[in-house]
Each structure stands twice: as C-alpha cells, then as structure tokens.
Design a protein around this ligand. Structure first.
Ligand code: 5RP
Length: 218
C-alpha cells in the first residue's frame, strides 16, 4: 500500500468519530485533504466545520460543507488533524503546512483530538522533523538567536507567510526529551506566536495507517 492509500484509509477511519449534527474541527495538510473528501460523503448529516486554515476552508467549501467561525461555535466535539511526527505518548510535531497556530487554537477548543497519520509519522522521540515556530516578522532574528541558545539550528522558511501574516522558523537538530517543557520554553520567547510541539494538549486518539490496516491508539 503506498502512502497516499494509507492517508485515504486513515481519513476514512476517522469518520466513525463524527457525530450526527455536530460541527467538526478540521485540520490542515494532505492527510486532512483526504479526510475532507471523506467528510463530504456525510455532509448532509453534519452541521458544518470549523477550519484551521484558508486552504482547508476553501476545500471544505468546494465540497459543499459550511464553514463556521470558531467564535460562533459553542462546542466542538471532535478535531481531526494530521501530524508530522507523533510519539506513543500522543505528543506531536505539527506545522509542516505552516498552519500550526490555528491548529493549536482549534485543538484547544475541541473535546477530542483525533490525529490521523500513516506509519511513517510514528517516532520514538520528537525532533527529527524540523520544529516549525510561527514568529512575528520583526522578531525573526531575535527569536532565531534564542532558539540557538536552546540547542537548535533555526532556518527561516523563505517565501512563506502564515494565514496570520507571520513567518515560520524551522528548528533543526533538536532532541526533544521533554516536549512539554520545550513547548513552554519556546512559547515564552517574545515574538513567538506558537511552536509546533503539541504536547501540553496532545492527541486523544491516534489513528495510524499501516500495511496491516488502521491501528487505533487511545
Ligand atoms: C499543517 C500540519 C499537518 O497536519 C502536518 O504537516 C501533516 O501534514 P500531511 O498530512 O500533509 O503530512 O501540521 O500545519
């Protein structure tokens, strides 16, 4: 089974968590794109979606799913999103698609975070994937110097502006032994909007597509 077939399989598996008449939190990325396509098959049975990016909003609307502003939604049962890395503790690195801040906000609101990945994303320790950090543009150099002090090698993601008008620094060569601590430390640097460690609010359920089918970790 190739990686795209795995993404499609895990996207379909996530549908079992969607309740009738609910508003669904929707993440960003290629795996989530498969999920949006699957969600379209039950669009008449859900109230709509809250989206974590312009890209997902456009795709949701294109398949006929209504997109609500997060501020207009009282309750979000389920948030479905991919990840760049995920551990057995359901800690993740996210933000490969530069949508990490809105993803973190929607994840914070949701009762249940369903992480959908294929098995290439499973890791024993976070950090091989460069850690995305969203930064206010005027703070870019300062934040980069502070990230060096934390042991990383920051690289400015050229040509990318986030949906919030900010820039992304990808931090290479971090060995993340304590994800919660590092998530907090990086978020405390002035000028950082948020970073792509999702450990303080990790996933509740990880659905992982493997050669043997979709495995559930909850
Ligand atoms: C976007 C994300 C994505 O969830 C992450 O990059 C995984 O994407 P894909 O499913 O394309 O591998 O965090 O900001």
């Amino acid at each position: 089974m190739d990686q795209n077939a795995k993404k499609q399989a895990v996207a379909k598996a996530a549908l079992t968590y969607i309740k009738a008449d609910s508003v669904v939190g929707v993440g960003t990325g290629s795996t989530v794109n498969y999920f949006i396509d699957e969600l379209a098959s039950m669009k008449d049975r859900i109230a709509g979606a809250v989206s974590s990016s312009q890209a997902s909003t456009e795709r949701l609307k294109a398949v006929g799913i209504e997109v609500f502003e997060l501020n207009d939604v009282d309750n979000l049962g389920v948030y479905v999103d991919g990840a760049d890395e995920v551990t057995e503790h359901k800690h993740m690195i996210k933000g490969g698609g530069a949508a990490l801040t809105r993803e973190k906000i929607v994840a914070a609101v949701a009762d249940t975070f369903i992480c959908i990945v294929d098995n290439t994303k499973q890791v024993p320790l976070l950090g091989a994937f460069p850690l995305p950090v969203e930064v206010i543009p005027m703070a870019r150099s300062y934040v980069a110097r502070e990230l060096v002090k934390l042991g990383g090698d920051p690289v400015y993601r050229q040509g990318v502006t986030t949906d919030n008008g900010n820039v992304i620094i990808d931090v290479h060569n971090l060995t993340i032994l304590n994800p919660r601590e590092l998530e907090t430390s990086i978020n405390n640097i002035a000028g950082v909007v948020t970073n792509g460690i999702f450990a303080l609010r990790g996933a509740d359920v990880v659905l992982c597509a493997t050669e043997e089918g979709v495995k559930t970790f909850d």
